[in-house]
Design a protein around this ligand. Sequence first.
Ligand SMILES: *Cc1c(COP(=O)(O)O)cnc(C)c1O
Length: 357
Amino acid sequence: MKKHNFFAGPSILPQVTVDNTSKALHDFAGMGLSLMEISHRSKQFIAVVDEATALFKELLSIPDGYSVIFVGGGASLQFCMVPYNLLQKKAAYLNTGEWAGKALKEAKLFGEVQCLASSEDKNFNYIPKGYTIPADVDYFHITTNNTIYGTEIRHDINSPVPLVADMSSDIFSRPVDISKYALIYGGAQKNLAPAGVTFAIVKNDILGKVDRKIPTMLNYKTHIDKESMFNTPPVVPIFAALQTLRWLKEMGGVAEMEKINIRKANLLYDEIERNSMFKPTIPAKEDRSLMNVCFVMNEGYEQFEDAFNAFGTEHGMVGIKGHRSVGGFRASLYNAMPYESVEALVAVMQEFERKNK
Ligand SMILES: *Cc1c(COP(=O)(O)O)cnc(C)c1O
């Protein structure tokens, strides 16, 4: 039976990424050696990093004055690297979920942190609005897509101070005006590559403004100066990321991707609204994530949750169980998720309703 991969992360990748990486694990670039066995300083691998960096800049139209780096440690290490490198006195954070909260907590180790707004009062089911970004903070940190709760900030905020964004789970899902951001980072395992590589897009002139000493490996400048080659980078995930970036370009880039993502998400949200057995967890349509669609059993049907999980599994739906802090279901529709898989999930929901209502 065909499996439909709705996992939230690590998650579905383009088939060509999986195929090309599998091949390279046996023979990389005609070297007769596995991608796992070659020097990261071989000219064949340097070409991979160079092309991945260039495609990153091209696909996101990254202006001059920004650097793209690939490092280890996950988005979680960025929660620490951001304040280490940028927080001199005070920073502002938007608390929109578990990851945003972890970033905020880490920043407190380095200085004063102002939480501008939080949606915790309603289990993070909305994006706070109407807050004012103070002019006297070193930066303002947001999480554009809240993977666990299924909310997303799908526009580029105008910030009077440097804007820092965790885009782990929605990078490359839509065009972004990079010039509005000072730093964007994310783990690759949601929309780009297998786990192990983290990307950062850094506006060069925001660095060098804090007084503290920064350990070499935690200093953005180290990785920028050495073009992600200060130490051994995650070779296999970077190779895989390159395959995804090439695929993205072939698909027509991020503008085309956004159109497809809107179609996919609308298909599923419309069914959740229509189907009497389910309801969405995010009331405001403009706050709903295109990447992680969260829904629960409707009132009166709560007892069917396990049954729908089992029914989905029987029909090849993988990874639709919701995160424990929300419950219900979460279908992640990352770039690589085919429209047909969303149609298949919708058909399963309709059949479940016919059988059980
Ligand atoms: C998954 C995720 C993280 C954590 O990433 P790691 O690479 O596991 O550290 C952080 N932020 C967001 C928005 C995520 O989705």
